[in-house]
Design a protein around this ligand. Structure first.
Ligand SMILES: Cc1cc2nc3c(=O)[nH]c(=O)nc-3n(C[C@H](O)[C@H](O)[C@H](O)COP(=O)(O)O)c2cc1C
Length: 315
């Protein structure tokens, strides 16, 4: 459907999903998504798409994340920029894509909708998306409020929808890829694992911190606000949880969780400067490969596991 070599996508990542990383993904045969809202304006997004095209001839897409916001960005203008730039696919996330699907389809853009529950996957299929990405409780960013891990969520979603489906959340190696395929997915989506590659525009100290971290080093913030986000556990995430758990309101944590502070983490290399997304797969990350090394390793190891472990039933 997407004209790529391997069944792997690089999900949209705020501040990180820029041309360097997305082009590297495309060059290694997987489908990467530029993060639309990382660009300060729709015009800047058009320029970023052009910059990415200069780095690769292979297909890539754009992620458009639509979240409730006090000062919403001009979503329709970003959507128009995506359509006019002629990218083949958009990854929508955060809200029901119903109003956007017809506009993207008229512009020849396929819609891969990322959601966190079976009911939302069914709804997305009903409104005409081309494929669904299903994000389990393990994922970085917004896992939803149902807390269903991939082991159940992926086959449950596979039972309920017919469009192609990508499993997301907690994937980082060949074992995860094969497990996802066995559970009924057509491929995997990764965020955190790609965050810890050479091409990710993130300070080296943050990548080293990710290598040191384990599966215990994430934290769920915004639970009391029913807008849960899984982030790297640090001084700021602990403060946010403490304030909200003791009855605080969003206003009381607004400054702590600001995007500007979060983006500084990646620039300064201070992991405690702000909030940054990371998933449970931190526990499986032990190095900082290039994107091509990572993708090659996943595919090569998947073949070995198929031959050496999964042939047990055939013998
Ligand atoms: C640093 C970072 C930023 C992210 N930003 C976004 C975003 O802006 N929009 C979005 O839809 N998903 C975002 N995500 C989620 C990823 O696209 C992907 O769904 C998720 O990382 C998958 O789980 P994994 O991290 O376990 O691989 C982000 C993830 C990370 C790690």
């Amino acid at each position: 459907m997407f004209g790529i070599e391997h069944p792997i996508t690089l999900g949209g990542m705020q501040w990180v999903g820029r041309a360097e990383l997305v082009a590297a993904a495309a060059e290694s045969g997987v489908l990467g998504f530029l993060s639309a809202l990382t660009q300060p304006s729709p015009e800047d997004l058009v320029k970023e798409i052009a910059r990415c095209r200069e780095m690769t001839d292979r297909p890539f897409g754009v992620n458009l994340t639509i979240l409730p916001s006090i000062n919403p960005p001009p979503y329709e203008e970003y959507r128009q920029a995506i359509v006019e730039s002629g990218v083949p696919v958009v990854e929508t996330a955060g809200a029901n894509p119903a109003e956007h699907v017809p506009v993207f389809h008229e512009g020849g853009v396929r819609v891969l909708h990322k959601c966190t529950s079976v009911r939302h996957a069914v709804k997305a299929q009903r409104v005409g998306v081309d494929a669904v990405s299903i994000d389990g409780f393990e994922c970085a960013g917004h896992p939803g409020e149902d807390d269903i891990p991939g082991l159940v969520l992926i086959p449950a979603a596979a039972n309920a929808i017919d469009v192609p489906m990508i499993a997301s959340g907690g994937f980082g190696d060949a074992r995860g890829l094969l497990a996802a395929l066995a559970l009924g997915a057509d491929g995997i989506n990764m965020g955190t694992r790609f965050l810890c590659t050479s091409e990710a525009p993130v300070h080296e100290r943050i990548k080293e911190q990710m290598v040191r971290a384990s599966e215990l080093d994430t934290e769920l913030i915004f639970r009391p606000l029913r807008n849960t986000a899984r982030v790297a556990r640090n001084a700021v995430s602990r403060d946010v949880v403490r304030i909200l758990d003791s009855g605080g309101a969003f206003e009381d944590v607004r400054e702590l969780v600001s995007g500007a502070r979060g983006s500084q983490v990646y620039e300064t290399g201070d992991p405690d400067h702000g909030i940054w997304s990371a998933g449970l797969v931190l526990g499986l990350i032990n190095d900082i490969p290039t994107v091509a090394e990572l993708v090659d390793r996943i595919i090569t190891e998947a073949h070995s596991i198929l031959d050496e472990r999964l042939n047990v039933l055939a013998n």
